[in-house]
Design a binder for this molecule. Sequence first.
Ligand code: AMP
Ligand code: ZN
Ligand code: ZN
Length: 300
Amino acid sequence: MRCKFCEKDAYIRLHYPKMLLCEEHFIAYFERKVERTIKKYKLLKPNERILVVVSGGKDSAVTAYVLKKLGYNVECLHINLGIGEYSQKSEEYARKQCKQMSIPLHIVRVRELLGKGVGEIKGSRPTCSICGITKRYIFNKFAYENGFDAIATGHNLDDEASFIFGNIMHWNTEYLGKQGPILPGEGKFVKKVKPLYELTEREVVAYALAVGIEYIIEECPFSRGATTLSYKQILNQMEEKSPGTKINFIKGFLRKKSLFEVELKEIPLNECKVCGMPTQGERCAFCRIWHLDEPVNFKI
Ligand code: AMP
Ligand code: ZN
Ligand code: ZN
């Protein structure tokens, strides 16, 4: 089976658009798609300083790799969440990836910073919620204090489509108004972008393999993966029967997003009395969860 564009053997069969591509033409296709996503949704400007947050997994490593290859000014941040061997392994992969890509890597270790891992906080919130709040806070404060213009995450098309699908299934529509390839910055919130927004998980895996990026495959031991995974499976079954389902689902969502924006309430924000970051209450969720009396600083 030949590549659509040259004489070489096909490396991958894409179903939407339908075509066979050799390794070289697949790599070019993938990178052009990231470039077009950045232009179409106005994610980044050429001279911006970008912080790619890398987990040690495939998506964020591929994000950093492609942005650098497209000529963007990138640095990476990895957060070691203090979840035993899993976090140790994740950090090792993040280090290895950044070394291989020659991208500067910053590491924040939650246990060194806050005395405990995210799984050891006793309280009313589930671990995944504590972990999510902690990661988002550190991504943002690190980027803000060090003058980055944007935070890039590795979210791919499958992540986005299953998130929207799951939230619609439960009519948790209040999350959907802010969902999309870009969340503009405002005040002390740094802009967030998703350069792999239109690429499937399968394409990301194939790209990582083609360019030789190694990554951690294990899931976090606290993973809430089960339900998300079943939404991903359902969408993949639909995609198989009718190629283009996932991309058309998220494009349709973006066209109708204004329906969900009306649900966004204008809540006035205060400055957290511990750290000064924006919050609805007196103290922000991060400072409350970690019982802080003094702000943590990330300035490098
Ligand atoms: P998740 O919420 O685990 O699906 O991860 C979403 C994105 O957040 C990933 O694509 C990464 O860009 C980033 N991310 C997740 N975990 C970490 C981590 N421990 N350190 C840095 N970035 C992370
Ligand atoms: Zn070819
Ligand atoms: Zn705070």
